[in-house]
Design a protein. Structure first.
Length: 464
């Protein structure tokens, strides 16, 4: 990256050198010419330059104070929305390039919390700092993960920007500057972990049962998923859907193509009510899938997945495979690529010996590693460790009833001694600063694609 400010810094160094150098007779300026002392005239020039700098500084300060009510330039508006565009191109800069100094200071203060005083003194300091650090309207609350106005909520626009709003409607917001008017997801930013959909996001019923609506197909030859090969690592893949939402149509499309879940050695689709995916092929009824309210910034779905794991354990097939894969229904997933990726990191175990005790972190989000819930991959040994410690060690140490399931699962696996392996090849997702694009990156999973045609388009693109 070209340092466009190098010359400015050099000029500042020149000025400081001119004022502070005890022997100001020979000075090396910016452009390499030798400036020599020329007596009183030079002295007057120097003081004139200093006076000019002071006047310019005062003028600048006045403009800053008065600029609060002025109209932002297009570039300033872009920075305001967290998508600062390069001056000579339409490419968005990386998040770290536009984080303001004040926000960086907030991050630094958060990192030094552990060094602050203990006890009541610490609580008072943390409370005061929290009030200072929370974002106001117009600031990127991804950085603070809270809003100073208790009536506002930190809503996610995309992986780079979130804002404090009274309410949020998905899609474009007309008051955003035109050059950065991209859709808001309106997901709720948690104090820790990925943002989550708001309550009711998946529960809005379609005009009619999705089961009665034909699943659309793209024109051209049908491309089918690769069948399971039965070799290590064998996979058990599962997901959970709400029948009266778009999710059922997605699963029907995947079943038709023998793709995603249906390319694993074993699979299961759980749902709130039992329904048919095809003649004679039914989902497993899980019952009520409504979530708790959790805290202000997210809802809790951990217990739903605990019930799913318990039901699948009782059913039995999950416990017979080398790895378990939990998938979101809107994820475009390639089991054969996952198997190849696992083989890169894990040797085939000797028959009769315990398998690897691992799970995969697939996402770098807000400078932290996560097992993001679009695709969760854990070994059979890790699964058994989870069952052994979930209701004791994990529930005692982790806020089970106020947490998203993927965050709880990864923290629980850490607690019970399961090794975490980093592998970003598992997921291409906008949350992880890596949107799926044309689905040609060769990764295991692309997310999200929420209608059958876009899902199939991504699947075809990745398969060719």
């Amino acid at each position: 990256m070209t340092d466009e400010y190098a010359e400015d810094r050099a000029e500042v160094s020149y000025s400081v050198g001119l004022i502070n150098d005890d022997d100001a007779r020979n000075i090396r300026p910016v452009h390499g010419r030798l400036v020599r002392w020329r007596g009183p005239a030079t002295t007057l020039s120097v003081f004139g330059l200093v006076a000019l700098m002071l006047v310019a500084t005062a003028t600048w300060a006045t403009s800053v104070r008065s600029g609060a009510s002025s109209v932002l330039s297009p570039h300033e508006k872009s920075v305001f929305l967290g998508l600062a565009a390069a001056e000579d191109s339409g490419d968005a800069q990386r998040t770290e390039d536009w984080i303001p100094t004040s926000a960086r200071k907030q991050q630094e203060e958060e990192e030094t919390q552990e060094h602050r005083p203990k006890g009541h003194e610490q609580e008072a300091v943390v409370q005061a700092d929290s009030q200072k650090q929370c974002s106001v309207k117009g600031e990127n609350c991804w950085l603070s993960r809270c809003c100073s106005d208790p009536q506002q909520t930190c809503y996610m626009k995309d992986g780079a920007w979130a804002g404090c709003l009274d309410s949020c409607k998905m899609g474009n917001h007309p008051d955003d500057p035109e050059e950065v008017r991209t859709p808001w997801t309106c997901f709720l930013v948690q104090k820790a972990g990925p943002a989550l959909p708001p309550p009711g996001y998946h529960s809005t019923p379609a005009p009619a049962l999705v089961a009665e609506i034909p699943v659309p197909s793209l024109p051209g030859a049908v491309i089918m998923g690769a069948p399971a090969d039965g070799k290590f690592p064998t996979l058990f893949c599962f997901g959970i859907i709400r029948v009266k939402t778009y999710e059922l149509a997605l699963i029907k499309k995947q079943f038709d193509l023998k793709a995603s879940y249906f390319g694993c050695e074993d699979w299961a689709i759980l749902s709130d009510i039992e329904t048919e995916l095809a003649p004679g092929v039914k989902t497993i009824e899980l019952g009520d899938l409504s979530t708790g309210n959790g805290v202000r910034t997210h809802f809790a779905n951990t217990d739903i997945f605990s019930r799913a794991f318990d039901k699948l354990k009782e059913e039995g097939r999950m416990m017979q495979r080398d790895f378990v894969v939990k998938l979101d229904p809107d994820a475009v997933f390639f089991p054969s690529i996952l198997k190849a990726e696992i083989r890169k990191q894990v040797r085939t175990p000797v028959v009769g010996s315990p398998g690897p005790n691992i799970y995969f972190q697939n996402c770098l989000f807000q400078n932290r590693l996560w097992m993001f819930g679009a695709v969760e991959v854990l070994s059979q040994a890790a699964l058994q460790a989870y069952f052994k410690g979930r209701d004791t060690v994990c529930k005692q140490a982790i806020d089970y009833y106020n947490m998203g399931e993927d965050t709880f699962m990864s923290r629980c696996l850490d607690r019970v001694g399961v090794e975490a392996l980093k592998d970003f090849a598992l997921l291409s997702d906008g949350y992880c600063d890596e949107a799926p694009g044309d689905c040609k990156s060769g990764q295991v999973t692309y997310h999200p694609f929420k209608d059958p045609m876009s899902w199939e388009a991504c699947f075809r693109s990745a398969t060719r």
